[in-house]
Design a protein around this ligand. Structure first.
Ligand SMILES: Nc1nc(=O)c2c([nH]1)NC[C@@H]1CN(c3ccc(C(=O)N[C@@H](CCC(=O)O)C(=O)O)cc3)C=[N+]21
Length: 297
């Protein structure tokens, strides 16, 4: 292995997200003082997916911390598609709610695309509605999906500029890989990268990954990225947070990223930890979108 020239920078998403929440809290206090509306974020949780439970409980806590109102709507996984569409219509019409998300995944009998398309694009703080996806693609203003925009903010605040760099994105999901590749390609500050999007049919994925200046792993395959797949001094962003059984933990599981952290850490210039990397930035990006939603109204 080639010798490293400097220490590895740990991209501390937890601390960066805290910094941003403090900034948001100031803005909310300022709005209150001016008699403006307090932002209100709602989340719909269908069923009892463990990861989703964790995420929405954090969301409620985050809202409280920055002074937002929040509403959590729980529905049993027996809810029909029609009932969920009616709930979305109610939330669209509710003047008090500025933005809302419908937590994914949904039970198999519900078509997520149908639900997403029913959300008012002006309240779509997840940025998943085709209108917002289209605007993002064209470089028009709209809501950006939380995980990719959180990653870009984490890079910005750590002086990592993708301009002119080769970024390799592993995974082409609608919520992370695909929008990440689009945002990094745009002709804007924190864009202008040359992007390679890899997926399950990519033939030479390992070789491509090893050419990345910035490698973004969003596959949901714990430990997939090994040291031989990264270029020395690369920046590595680990989006994976898979729950794996761990009898040493009280919860019975631990969170594992897509990257073999220990061995990759030795080789790179910067890396996000799991937990404490991308996850908290995703949550804070949702708060930022909600602030934008209330400002738009
Ligand atoms: N409509 C919708 N929008 C989403 O944005 C969405 C979704 N559905 N479904 C599930 C995924 C997953 N997701 C996470 C966000 C934050 C953490 C997070 O904060 N993780 C912490 C640790 C959390 C823990 O302690 O378990 C961390 O990485 O440090 C994780 C996962 C959002 N998602």
């Amino acid at each position: 292995m080639e010798a490293k020239t400097n220490d590895t920078l740990v991209l501390n998403g937890k601390a960066t997200a805290q910094e941003i929440r403090n900034e948001i809290a100031k803005k909310v206090a300022d709005r209150k003082q001016k008699g403006l509306k307090v932002p209100h974020l709602a989340a719909v949780l269908v069923g009892t997916d463990g990861g989703s439970e964790t995420y929405v409980s954090y969301k409620v806590k985050d809202c409280k911390e920055v002074g937002y109102e929040s509403t959590l709507i729980r529905k049993p996984d027996t809810i029909s598609e029609k009932e969920l569409l009616d709930l979305v219509a109610d939330l669209n019409a509710n003047k008090d709610i500025d933005g809302f998300i419908v937590q994914l995944p949904l039970p198999k009998h519900i078509d997520p695309q149908k639900i997403i398309m029913a959300i008012d694009p002006l309240k779509d703080v997840d940025g998943f509605h085709p209108e917002n996806v289209g605007k993002m693609t064209l470089g028009l203003s709209g809501f950006l999906p939380a995980t990719p925009s959180g990653i870009i903010e984490l890079m910005r605040r750590n002086s990592i500029n993708p301009s002119g760099k080769h970024c390799v994105v592993l995974g082409r999901s609608n919520i992370v890989g695909s929008p990440m590749s689009i945002l990094l390609s745009r002709n804007v500050e924190m864009g202008n990268a040359t992007v390679t999007l890899c997926h399950s049919r990519t033939k030479n994925l390992k070789e491509l990954a090893a050419t990345a200046d910035i490698l973004i792993a969003a596959l949901g395959k714990p430990g997939f990225v090994t040291a031989d797949m990264v270029k020395p001094e690369a920046v590595v962003i680990d989006v994976g947070t898979t729950r794996v059984p761990d009898s040493s933990k009280k919860s019975g599981f631990s969170l594992k990223g897509d990257v073999c952290y220990g061995e990759v850490f030795q080789k790179v210039s910067a890396i996000t930890p799991v937990p404490g990397g991308v996850g908290p930035m995703t949550r804070v990006a949702l708060l930022l979108n909600t602030l934008k939603a209330v400002e738009l109204r």
